[in-house]
Design a protein around this ligand. Structure first.
Ligand code: PXG
Length: 459
């Protein structure tokens, strides 16, 4: 029986009875009932009642080539018929992960040429953590194992990924994080810059917090620094241009590995294949997932720099780590086709030269002036809108986070799917958005802000 035989109410009841959703208050969700999305095409998603929503979040930061791409379905179908699964353990390989690895080495920063596969960003970060610690062990420095991360970082939801992340609410439920991970300040100028401090100086100060953490532990105790080039789930926090080169300089000075988490920023989002290229840095590991397949298949790739890879190869010895689905042939076939489409349609260049700048200008000209908006910011096709009660003082509405939810609900009711995190609205649309789609989004967001303003000002 297909889902069309069920009413919305029935699907919601079954959902409530049997399905535990991620990151949800299960009591609240049961009372509200879930929105059931049934199909999608191009930049639009459709719910069970036929409502059409412009998807401002590319699913969950992943559907970079948009929905309804037959080529990806065909690539999966062909691969499933030929070889649906075989593992890459025990000195075996299958063709698609081999070819995908070559492609990834071509588009990655030039010092990055090896790939380790998993099925999710969280898994890839587990791999990254184990790999950098293993690296220092085989380099004869097992005590060099502390990881420096940042407050509000999101690196996934497994125990290792949660430990790497800097979300307090998640740490509270850990009951014991992976040891020896510390968190320093995030490069979030809107709230953390001092009065009169320039963006440039703020970026250097935020980077200095990494150096302070290295000196506090002693450089011989620090394995690596990890960060999202642009913090995603934490609120699209875009660091000043001074930040990443300075972090890289500090890491090199103290011989600390640089790990980038590009699960969101990878595959064109910032107008280059990777944000490492946007910010001009050469990390030792790059965690990627999501848009690697545009979300059509679960797949992650930890891109590993030459420094770590050559030690693994030269010194030998088994790295006791891997997943059943490492290098899954179907997921890799879909990824290959996805990257081919991104390339053929010039989506990375389009974000860099056309839609990215147009998106930035549209947010500035049409959204930033709204009474509820404290700041807009964007990089490539990734943007944020800060919701405030008072533009001048940056005072927020109380309770914290509630105003953004009000804006989001009006946006959804007006055909625009976007995400609220804290007091920030987030946009991370498919890279197929055109100038017209950006215009449509701004119009719908503007309307949502107007309606939210009426609600919020009478509270
Ligand atoms: N790193 C980053 C930077 C991420 O954004 C992960 C790792 C983990 O990936 P997996 O595939 O294990 O989920 C992510 C995931 C949100 C939201 O609310 C963001 C993510 C996942 C779920 C929700 O914005 N990012």
């Amino acid at each position: 029986m297909t889902y069309q035989n069920y009413s919305l109410k029935q699907l919601q009841q079954i959902d409530a009875a049997h399905h535990l959703h991620p990151f949800s208050d299960h009591k609240e969700l049961r009372e509200a009932g879930s929105r059931i999305i049934t199909r999608a095409n191009g930049p639009f998603i459709y719910d069970s009642e036929g409502a059409e929503l412009l998807d401002g979040m590319a699913g969950l930061w992943c559907v970079n080539i948009g929905y309804g791409r037959d080529e990806l379905a065909e690539a999966a179908y062909a691969q499933m018929k030929e070889l649906p699964y075989y593992n890459s353990f025990f000195k075996c390989s299958t063709p698609t992960p081999v070819l995908l690895s070559k492609k990834l080495a071509e588009i990655a920063p030039k010092n990055v040429n090896q790939v380790f596969y998993g099925s999710s960003g969280s898994e890839a970060n587990d791999t990254a953590l184990r790999l950098v610690r293993h690296y220092w062990v085989i380099e004869g420095k097992p005590e060099k194992n502390r990881i420096i991360s940042r407050k509000m970082a999101y690196h996934g939801s497994t125990i290792a990924a949660t430990s790497l992340g800097g979300m307090d609410a998640m740490h509270k439920q850990l009951n014991g994080a992976v040891p020896n991970i510390v968190h320093v300040m995030m490069p979030y100028a809107y709230e953390l810059a001092l009065p009169g401090e320039s963006d440039h100086d703020f970026g250097l100060r935020a980077a200095k917090s990494v150096e302070d953490a290295i000196l506090e532990a002693g450089a011989d105790k620090v394995a690596a620094f990890i960060g999202e080039p642009v913090m995603g789930a934490g609120g699209v926090k875009i660091p000043p241009a001074s930040y990443w080169p300075e972090v890289q300089r500090i890491c090199r000075k103290y011989d600390v590995l640089l790990m980038l988490d590009e699960v969101i920023t990878g595959y064109g989002r910032t107008g280059e294949w990777f944000a490492a290229q946007t910010f001009g840095i050469e990390p030792d590991t790059i965690t990627t997932a999501k848009a690697l397949t545009s979300g059509y298949q679960p797949l992650s790739a930890l891109l590993v720099g030459d420094r770590i890879a050559s030690t693994l190869v030269d010194k030998g010895g088994e790295f006791n780590h891997g997943y059943t689905y490492s290098g899954h042939p179907v997921a890799c076939a879909v990824a290959l086709k996805n990257l081919e489409i991104i390339e053929q349609e010039g989506l990375v260049e389009r974000v860099r030269n056309d839609t990215g700048p147009y998106f930035a200008k549209a947010l500035q000209e049409r959204i930033a002036g709204h009474d509820l908006v404290g700041e807009v910011r964007s990089i490539g096709l990734m943007g944020a809108i800060e919701i405030v009660k008072d533009k001048a003082t940056k005072e927020r509405f109380l309770p914290s986070g509630s105003a953004a939810v009000t804006v989001r609900d009006h946006a959804i009711a007006n055909g625009m799917m976007l995400r609220a995190t804290g007091d920030t609205m987030i946009l991370s649309p498919p890279l197929i958005w055109t100038r017209d789609t950006i215009d449509m989004a701004c119009e719908r967001i503007g309307k949502a802000l107007d309606l939210a303003q009426v609600d919020l000002r009478k509270r």
